[in-house]
Each structure stands twice: as C-alpha cells, then as structure tokens.
Write a protein of this length. Structure first.
Length: 244
C-alpha cells in the first residue's frame, strides 16, 4: 500500500492541517494513526524565535499578528481568526464557496489541485443551506471553529528571520527551531498587519502535485483518497455535482 504525507498550511483551507502539520493519506484504504489517541500533546513552540532588539522593534507588529492568529487557531476562535487574515484570503474562500454551491464538474476540474480538494470537501462537509448563508469570511471562520484548519501544526510553528518591505512581510517558518522550507506572508492594510494565506495555499498545491507525480496516481485518485481519509467517508460521484 502506498501512502503520501501531504502538508498543508492553509491555514489553508479547511482540508489540510495548517502550519507545518502533516497527515498520512492512503492511496489505498486509510489506516489508523500510529499516534495513540491519549498521547500527550507536543510542547508548543514559541510564537517567534528570539530576534535582535533593532529587528524586533521594526517587526513587532508582524510578530504580534502571527501570535494573535496562532492563538485564534489554538482556541478555535473562528471570528477572531477571520479578522486577522488578508482580503485576498477572504476572497479565495468566497470563490471556493461559490464553486462548491453552483460550480459544474467542468468548473471544479478547472481549478488547481488544492482548490479542487477544498471545493469537494466543502460539498461533503457543509450542507447547501448552511453554506448558502456564508460569505468568504464566515466560511473561513467556520473552518477554524470546526478545526478543519488544524491547530496541531501551528502549535509547533514559530517565526524565524523576517524580511520586512511594507506593505508586505515574509517570515521563515520554524518547527522545533529548524527551518521547514516554508514562508509565511503578511500584508499591511489600514495600519494593521494581516496573515496572507495565498502563498501558503500555493505551497500546499505544489506539495500535492509533487506527491501525485511521485506516486504516479491520477489526480482523482489523490483527491478521493484524501477526502476519504480526512472525513472517514468514501465519496461518490455526487461530489462532482453542485450543491444547488
């Protein structure tokens, strides 16, 4: 049986565990996690690594934004988390919501792999009547409240060096003090910094495509196996149909 580990940030998007978390997704039927259910949680990482005083002064608002966003995920405080993300992140969730509700199979298949996964998961997880009442920000808040943007990964994440070029900032992501290869992006609007998930979503898409190629499986195999593992239910052909 072949398996792949796919990481997600997405902060992404409700389907994937966020901020350096990884899940094993079976290309054949899923197996139970090797981690005991009663295992104690890993020690949480600090929200940021120590920085020189001068750098800390200039990057402190970015660090504060990340700390607040991180805590909102740990608390599963959806409204708070939704208030801390970029407008582009909210617009992405609006688009995912719209396609999940009314998009044809051709519309879904035209999406990049990670967005396709998110749309199909929304169709499995959220009833049409409920999804129809949400806008992009409300949907993002819902994914946090439901812990679909997993908090286990962000509990271990911290920020390393920060490149500041207002209105943008890019931070090295650390896990247990070591770089993960990922970067977190922030955006300043109206004097406040917001966490921008769009580059992290693109990072997840690259991971998914790499695993697809590595395993030599079709994209449908990859998506359907991931959905089954994440939801515990085997999807049928109806997921390709719009909810409305």
């Amino acid at each position: 049986m072949r398996r792949f580990a796919f990481a997600a940030s997405l902060c992404a998007l409700g389907a994937l565990a966020s901020c350096g978390d990884a899940r094993e997704v079976a290309v054949a039927p899923p197996r139970a996690s090797a981690v005991p259910a009663n295992a104690p949680p890993a020690n949480p990482a600090p929200a940021s690594a120590p920085a020189p005083v001068a750098q800390q002064a200039s990057t402190q608002p970015v660090l504060d934004c990340f700390a607040a966003y991180r805590q909102s995920l740990l608390d599963q405080d959806g409204p708070r988390a939704a208030s801390l993300v970029s407008d582009g992140t909210v617009a992405l969730y609006q688009s995912l919501r719209d396609v999940a509700l009314v998009g044809s199979e051709a519309d879904v298949r035209a999406l990049r792999l990670v967005d396709r996964l998110q749309v199909l998961l929304l169709r499995v997880r959220v009833p049409a009547a409920q999804l129809g009442t949400m806008d992009g920000r409300a949907l993002f808040a819902h994914t946090v409240t439901q812990n679909w943007i997993g908090k286990a990964g962000i509990q271990r994440a911290s920020l390393g060096a920060i490149e500041l070029a207002p209105p943008r900032a890019v931070a090295v992501v650390l896990a247990a003090g070591a770089p993960t290869g990922e970067r977190y992006h922030f955006e300043e609007r109206g004097g406040a910094w917001r966490f921008d998930l769009l580059p992290s979503v693109e990072f997840v898409d690259q991971v998914l495509r790499t695993q697809r190629d590595k395993l030599a499986v079709s994209e449908d195999q990859l998506l359907l196996s991931a959905i089954e593992t994440l939801t515990g239910n085997k999807p049928d052909a109806s997921i390709w149909k719009p909810l409305r």
